[in-house]
Design a protein around this ligand. Structure first.
Ligand code: NAP
Length: 276
């Protein structure tokens, strides 16, 4: 089994996520990145990444292939590269496209289905992944080493990935909304914009770090901030009156439902493409 530094990894679909993945890997191994409108790839060439529009060559040059095109493009791309990628492992970051669909599109490849989030841009992504059964322990170690270059990782059962897409893939958008709302509140009180933004963002980082490091339940930690008759309980009272928890529960529920609908549509589309 090769080591990370001896690998050549090709990222097919160097858009927002794929570009960040290619950039994160570029200090550690040889990387190729593809997209059709190659002129729209910004900044990757300067990192020593080979750029091409040729997915088949990228797949045949690579030891491991990463797919980060939109879900509707996954099956056509896999069908194109199936021969060039024969015997290789493909990690797909596309939402909704299941392991069984990918196996049908390129039966001679091994697959990992992964979901990450936009924080991969600063190597702080949270990548959930499900490897297929044919991937052995040694290869899994190598693959985990690759995924760790994007941030934290967690192996999960594939059945959880559609909800995790709505929770963790979409999650930064919810957190940005919370931070933005806190900033608006502070602006109303006359705080300078930059100070308000930094204070809100650092508060979010600190609270999340405490949650993870202490292993305590959020309610227990929240209780530590709630001095009787103090400041925070007034803020919490307003949030409770606005049904903040119901709003978040509904948001995750609604996004999960959408994620499942898109997954079902993707399956139908893929079945049609694979049957053709
Ligand atoms: N954005 C997120 O926060 C996020 C989070 C988690 C997972 N994801 C998943 O990541 C995937 C990519 O999302 P994204 O937001 O990065 O989208 P994006 O910016 O649109 O990136 C997709 C890229 O794929 C390229 N592409 C399309 N067809 C191609 C082909 N046949 N060969 C080579 N490249 C091709 C597109 O460029 P050209 O049109 O120039 O080819 C585009 O740059 C999606 O499947 C999504 O579900 C996204």
């Amino acid at each position: 089994m090769k080591k990370l530094e001896d690998l050549h990894i090709s990222v097919i679909g160097a858009g927002i996520i794929g570009g960040a993945l290619a950039e994160a890997l570029s200090p550690y191994c040889k990387v190729t990145a593809t997209r059709r409108q190659i002129e729209r790839i910004n900044g990757l060439g300067e990192k020593g990444i080979t750029l091409t529009t040729d997915n088949i060559k990228a797949a045949s040059d690579a030891d491991i292939i990463i797919i980060s095109v939109k879900p509707s493009q996954v099956v056509p791309v896999l069908q194109d590269i199936a021969e060039a990628a024969r015997g290789k492992t493909v990690i797909s970051f596309a939402a909704a496209i299941s392991l069984d669909i990918m196996q049908k599109a390129a039966p001679k490849c091994r697959f990992v289905r992964a979901m990450t989030n936009i924080a991969v841009k600063v190597r702080k992504g949270y990548t959930l992944f499900s490897p297929e059964e044919r991937i052995n322990v040694k290869e899994l170690e190598l693959l985990e080493g690759i995924l760790l270059k994007f941030g934290e990782i967690q192996r999960v059962q594939e059945q959880y990935l559609d909800v995790l897409t709505a929770m963790s893939g979409s999650g930064p958008a919810y957190i940005f909304t919370v931070v933005e709302s806190m900033v608006y509140g502070a602006l109303r009180e006359g705080l300078p914009r930059k100070l308000a933004l930094e204070a809100a963002a650092h508060t979010a980082i600190g609270a999340a770090s405490l949650l993870l490091e202490s292993g305590k339940h959020p309610a227990e930690l929240k209780d530590m901030v709630l001095t009787p008759g103090g400041v925070t309980i007034d803020g919490i009272y307003e949030l409770e009156e606005s049904r903040i928890r119901t709003a978040f529960m509904k948001a995750i529920g609604s996004a999960s439902a959408r994620s499942r609908v898109l997954a079902e549509k993707a399956r139908e589309q893929a079945r049609g493409e694979i049957a053709e």
